[in-house]
Ligand binder design. Structure first.
Ligand SMILES: [Zn+2]
Length: 218
């Protein structure tokens, strides 16, 4: 995983408000191949092994991975629709799109692609791809990713979670999206800029409305 990704990862037990601290064992060219991610709040440690950050809460019970979403031009579509071609941007891919990561990085070498899966795969650490294992959809700081691409297939919860990670001006790209997913993305405050078949591009046009709970006045 990319060293600086640590700034975006959060504790899967404590939630999005709780960042993790990295203890490095091995690092090569700003990529961590071995170490620990620790939560200062709950004191749990999560391993980084072979470059993969394992943020699963219960690794032994993770079920079967969701089936890959197939499209001959998937990597090209992900790059084009996310609009991320230059600059050091982050693009998150969900498990169903993970197989396109290497081709995406080839098309857009400046990107850092974050691949979040529930079960390990056998790919090796590679420049431009940070692999994270998680049994929650995205253990990350909210409103910070310029691009998020998912294939929800009628998974309202996944859409709601993904939308929360899109920064202002950032995009959520969906493949295999149903009417339910489209409805959810609008509910999440993103503007749908294109929708054709099951492919949807939505953008966060303005800063999210953050509800601040005020303390009792004395
Ligand atoms: Zn924690």
């Amino acid at each position: 995983m990319f060293f600086e990704l640590t700034d975006l990862l959060t504790c899967p037990r404590c939630g999005p408000g709780f960042g993790l601290v990295l203890l490095v064992h091995e690092v090569e060219e700003r990529r961590v191949t071995s170490g620990w991610l620790g939560c200062p709040n709950c004191r749990n440690d999560f391993p980084v092994e072979n470059g993969v950050a394992d943020l699963r809460r219960e690794p032994e019970v993770s079920g079967a991975p969701r089936p890959a979403y197939e499209d001959e031009e998937l990597s090209l579509k992900i790059v084009a629709l996310s609009g991320l071609t230059d600059g050091r941007d982050y693009l998150l891919l969900d498990e169903r799109l993970a197989h396109a990561a290497a081709a995406v990085v080839e098309l857009a070498p400046e990107l850092e692609v974050i691949v979040v899966r529930t079960t390990p795969d056998d790919s090796a650490e590679q420049h431009g791809i940070s692999r994270v294992l998680s049994d929650t959809p995205f253990p990350m700081v909210e409103y910070r990713l310029q691009g998020v691409a998912i294939a929800p297939g009628g998974n309202r919860e996944l859409v709601a979670a993904a939308a929360r990670y899109v920064s202002t001006g950032g995009r959520l790209v969906m493949f295999d999206a149903t009417d339910v997913d489209l409805e959810e993305v609008e509910r999440a405050g993103l503007a749908v800029v294109a929708a054709e078949g099951g492919t949807v591009v939505a953008e966060r046009k303005s800063d999210p409305v953050v509800v601040v709970q005020l303390g009792k006045r004395s």
